[in-house]
Design a protein around this ligand. Structure first.
Ligand SMILES: Cc1cc2nc3c(=O)[nH]c(=O)nc-3n(C[C@H](O)[C@H](O)[C@H](O)COP(=O)(O)OP(=O)(O)OC[C@H]3O[C@@H](n4cnc5c(N)ncnc54)[C@H](O)[C@@H]3O)c2cc1C
Length: 404
């Protein structure tokens, strides 16, 4: 049975896919959003989800245009105005104010952002949400796609957006290969309280085991991401709380003082992935379906949101009877270049940080020390990390009030 005819089907309603659906619908396209599950609507009132991310000012502008930022409660995000990065004796500090910015970004939970984006989507008359539903078949029929769902229903569309995450089924169905690098590292994540509250500093030290970040939460606690070899993370997960706190205090010298309380610990396996092509015939990959990067620079979702805004920009005045391919090729050149540059840079820093006998952290520290003295390099870095440089989509750089 045919569900209906759509201009665009977005598969995957994570933050990147749902933002993409909203931005494409804002240009007047009829959009179907398909997800295997609905977001978790129950946010803990007195705690924060373990899955927190750093959102850049450029991404916040994209989320404003997609309608999510207004629906996202301010009480569930903490802004950071300073970033401190340390390795060996080297150190670099970035202050929002000295770069003419109000903040360098926000720390917030992925589920809260997703929920806000779905609430905004539900208000759009030209978006149909199909969830829970899964795409079982992908057939090309002349210049359109037919998507067969697990319910036995199907839908037709001119363009498919695959935003179904790191192990994208759509990418597989479209026959797009992916390159993978296994780091043999896990990211250990927990929320903790230190002697002093974290009032807006994103702090990171490259420890002998891997990068340890303390990121501010709205209640003065910090959320940590500590990327380390898999075996060590397994040991840390099994440690009694007191021993784990001691281990943390041996490796962190943050401005917040000693850690005295930690929450539940979680681990995420780290794999770098890069799809060989971001575009097929009438099909495009975005977000984690396009690539995964190491979390040490907090760029994964920011890249996905930039993908969503870039796609909306290249398709802004596209009519469904026109061939979308030239526009998709533009998206391919733009986003493949950006993703490879950022992903490659992060990969290099991670490799260096894990070089033997502390040589890497020492070299990194030397690099930080040099970079700290080079103002143009710092300014360039901040613009890029904040998603505000000339390569960023128009929505990220200068919000257009008509683009709602
Ligand atoms: C420890 C850690 C720290 C991180 N920190 C940061 C950070 O500070 N800043 C940052 O920007 N990024 C960070 N990231 C990365 C970030 O979390 C991801 O890049 C981002 O959440 C991916 O969003 P997405 O929408 O592309 O994919 P996902 O969130 O994976 O969403 C995919 C969606 O597709 C759906 N789906 C799956 N399969 C199907 C299917 N077959 N059909 C239909 N739907 C399907 C899923 O249900 C889901 O809703 C971090 C990651 C980790 C692991």
């Amino acid at each position: 049975m045919s569900l209906s005819d759509f201009d665009i089907a977005v598969c995957g309603g994570g933050v990147a896919g749902a933002a993409s659906a909203a931005l494409l619908a804002a240009s007047g396209h009829r959009v179907a959003l398909i997800d295997v599950r609905r977001p978790d609507w129950q946010m803990p009132a007195d705690d924060f989800d373990a899955r927190v991310v750093a959102i850049s000012p450029g991404s916040a502008r994209i989320l404003t245009a997609s309608g999510a930022w207004l629906k996202h409660p301010a009480s569930r995000r903490a802004e950071y105005r300073q970033m401190q990065v340390l390795s060996g004796s080297g150190r670099i500090t970035f202050d929002a104010q000295s770069h003419g910015l109000d903040q360098l970004g926000w720390i917030t939970e992925v589920p809260a952002l997703q929920q806000a984006q779905w609430l905004a989507l539900a208000e759009r008359g030209n978006v149909r949400i199909l969830a829970p539903a899964s795409v079982e078949r992908l057939d090309r029929r002349r210049d359109r796609w037919r998507l067969g769902l697990d319910s036995g229903q199907h839908l037709d569309c001119a363009l498919v957006v695959a935003a179904d995450g790191a192990r994208s089924r759509l990418r597989h169905l479209a026959g797009i290969k992916v390159d993978e690098w296994h780091y043999n590292q896990h990211a250990l994540v927990t929320h903790l309280r230190c002697r002093r509250p974290n009032e807006g500093v994103a702090w990171q030290r490259f420890t002998e085991h891997g990068p340890l970040a303390l990121l501010p939460l709205p209640d003065g606690r910090s959320s940590i991401v500590w990327s380390q070899p898999r075996e060590r993370v397994q040991q840390l997960l099994a440690l009694p709380t007191e021993d784990f706190i001691n281990e943390l205090n041996q490796h962190q010298d943050s401005p917040f003082g000693e850690v005295n309380q930690v929450g539940p610990r979680h681990a995420f396996k780290l794999v770098r992935r890069q799809a060989r092509r971001l575009v097929g015939n009438g099909l495009v990959l975005l977000g984690d379906a396009a690539r995964n990067v190491h979390p040490l620079a907090g760029q994964g979702l920011n890249l996905g949101l930039a993908d969503a805004a870039a796609l909306a920009e290249v398709l802004e005045d596209w009519q469904v009877e026109q061939d979308p391919q030239p526009r998709l090729e533009r998206y391919l050149r733009w986003r493949q270049g950006s993703g490879s540059l950022i992903g490659g840079g992060i990969h290099l820093i991670n490799e260096l940080a894990h070089a033997p006998a502390l040589l890497g952290p020492g070299l990194l520290g030397l690099g930080f020390g040099l970079a700290a003295r080079l103002w143009p390099a710092r300014e360039l870095f901040v613009r890029r990390a904040c998603g505000l440089d000339s390569d960023s989509p128009r929505l990220a750089r200068a919000p257009d009030p008509d683009f709602r």
